[in-house]
Design a protein around this ligand. Structure first.
Ligand code: F6R
Length: 243
């Protein structure tokens, strides 16, 4: 595991954006695995700028998002579909047919999971998977549990995740209770993984990863088994203090 300790959130964003940009420059038809949440917003803004300045071109790039609430309408401003369009896709030249996000409107959620797993499989492999880290150590919506599910599946969000995500909704009651998420196996098939971590509230989960032990109760610790993971964190997350 490579670890990059940054001064602050801005540097985490810049480092991650530069890793994604390098992959795009090397292979214009690369496959990006993308995350939502607060953490990657700065990186998406830098990537949008780089596109605007002509440094990178998304016309042949494909994207595969990690997860989506279920059920949720795409036009709900809290859906991950909406988030991605707002923060990245509307600002770059990615083709609509190259965007893949689990469908929170699907009638049959289990069928949607099977189809999404096939879509990722058929991509030939995600070149770079961006991950954020849950306060409880989740990746995607693979929540702490005695057993984890390998493939894309429907999952119940934990009370702690519902609480953490309620900051984006009017009230906790409005947070959907389920999500469709890539499984840990789907994530681990990516050729390279970048875990972005910012803020002292992530310190405990980050420390669990960095001590090298593996537990399904902190799903992100499984990343220790992947051969090409880069953790980009800020000092607050690494040291657990306000700086
Ligand atoms: C989002 C996702 C989640 C978040 C995690 C951290 O697509 O899969 O695992 O990455 O909950 O969220 P933030 O960045 O909001 O702290």
């Amino acid at each position: 595991m490579n670890i990059i300790i940054c001064e602050n959130y801005e540097e985490v964003s810049a480092r991650a954006a530069s890793m994604v940009a390098d992959v795009i420059k090397k292979d214009s038809a690369c496959k990006l695995g993308l995350a939502t949440g607060s953490t990657p917003i700065g990186m998406y803004s830098i990537l949008s700028e780089m596109y605007k300045n002509g440094e990178i071109d998304f016309s042949s790039v494909s994207s595969y998002n990690l997860d989506e609430y279920y059920p949720i309408k795409k036009d709900n401003d809290q859906s991950y579909d909406y988030f991605m369009r707002e923060n990245l896709f509307s600002k770059i030249n990615i083709k609509e047919e190259n965007i893949h996000i689990p469908n929170g409107e699907a009638k049959d959620a289990n069928k949607e999971c099977e189809d999404y797993e096939c879509t990722v499989e058929k991509s030939g492999g995600i070149d770079i998977q961006i991950l954020g880290l849950g306060v409880n150590g989740h990746i995607g919506f693979n929540e702490p549990a005695n057993e984890l599910i390998s493939k894309t599946h429907v999952t119940d969000l934990t009370v702690s995740t519902i609480k953490a995500n309620s900051r984006f909704f009017e009230s906790e009651d409005e947070v959907p209770k389920k999500a469709i998420t890539m499984g840990v196996g789907t994530i681990m098939k990516a050729k390279s993984i970048v875990l972005m971590v910012s803020g002292k509230n992530k310190h405990e989960a980050l420390s669990a990863i960095l001590n090298g032990n593996i537990s399904t109760n902190v799903p992100a610790t499984l990343l220790n088994l992947h051969p090409n993971v880069t953790v980009i964190c800020d000092k607050e997350a690494y040291y657990g203090n306000d700086l």
